[in-house]
Design a protein around this ligand. Structure first.
Ligand code: SAM
Length: 300
């Protein structure tokens, strides 16, 4: 959705832009190709491999100024280190990059065998194996149900707990084999994806991070600046949609109040009443794009 992201994000080709999920640097490169020489591009990622890659591959672009290794919820600390302090556009492309999925050693994929890790930041304390081997059955079931929307979450959690009494579950293959034993065809692939998604969200506290960054990022937009968010599942999209609606409404008084007492004013104008989806040809080229949805809003 490169054209859509660039189209919604860029209002001034000589402006300042911040990509809070630099990943493989794809959108940074697309922005550099669109912006003029005066523009400034900044980036954030919590994965040191992404930071190192972006530093190396974006070095030749005049507009690229700096990337900081930090969680995007800590945007204040990142902006402190940038020359620009307000931005014409801020981008969030949520979830994980294809570079992370393709690296079996990161443990994100059920299609290759690797350690059950799944941390975006390898210095953070909790891995997927820690959760799988230490949470009780109810807690595990809740993660699989809430973050994976898996109907058989509690059966699956029971099977995980029985299996780990025999041997610790330390690899993606071990976890995948448990899922394949519990879930019968034709739903196995979907359940594998759901279980891995659920654990990844829990390990990286992705929904908390998202809920924190949206209002914080809005605070760093110039009037007329744009916030563009690409999400990949309904849990993320719901948080983005609800935040945009609340920020566009301003008032947070209960509907029963005859008049506003909170005094909060709208801070965003929603640019996408409905989410924007990728076209057929993009889905054919890139399977991950299938679940992508874009929402954009403008600072008032
Ligand atoms: C979908 S990828 C971004 C791909 C990128 N837009 C590109 O064009 O290559 C998401 C990236 O966000 C990073 N990320 C996820 N959650 C983060 C967080 N809370 N703070 C900082 N980076 C995060 C991941 O490490 C990953 O590199």
């Amino acid at each position: 959705m490169t054209a859509e992201v660039v189209g919604f994000l860029v209002t001034d080709v000589g402006g300042a832009y911040l990509d809070l999920t630099a990943g493989g640097g794809g959108f940074l490169r697309a922005l550099a190709a669109t912006l003029d020489k005066k523009a400034r591009l900044y980036a954030v990622d919590k994965d040191p491999a992404a930071v190192e890659w972006v530093e190396r591959t974006l070095a030749g672009f005049l507009q690229f100024k700096k990337i900081i290794r930090i969680s995007f919820s800590e945007i204040d600390a990142a902006v402190e280190q940038f020359e620009d302090k307000v931005f014409d556009g801020i981008l969030l492309d949520l979830g994980l990059s294809s570079r992370q999925v393709d690296d079996a050693a990161r443990g994100f994929s059920f299609q290759s065998d690797g350690p059950l890790d799944m941390r975006f930041d390898p210095d953070s304390s909790t891995t997927a194996a820690d959760l799988i081997n230490t949470l009780n059955e109810k807690e595990l079931g809740n993660i699989l149900k809430t973050f994976g929307e898996e109907r058989q979450a509690h059966r699956l959690a029971g099977a995980i707990v029985r299996e780990r009494q025999k041997t610790m579950i330390l690899t993606t293959r071990q976890l995948a084999e448990i899922v394949l034993k519990v879930i019968k065809p034709p739903h196995q692939k979907k359940s594998l994806a759901r279980a891995f998604q659920a654990l990844r969200i829990a390990v990286n506290r992705e929904l908390d991070e998202l809920a924190k960054v949206l209002p914080a990022a809005t605070g760093y937009l110039k009037p007329g600046g744009r916030l563009v968010v690409l999400s990949y599942h309904s849990l993320e999209d719901r948080i983005v949609k609800n935040y945009f609606q609340q920020a566009a409404r301003g008032c947070i008084c209960p509907p029963a109040f005859p008049q506003c007492v909170c005094g909060q004013k709208p801070v965003l104008k929603i640019l996408t009443r409905k989410p924007v989806y990728p076209g057929e040809s993009e889905i054919e080229e890139n399977a991950r794009a299938r679940s992508a949805r874009l929402r954009a809003a403008e600072k008032i």
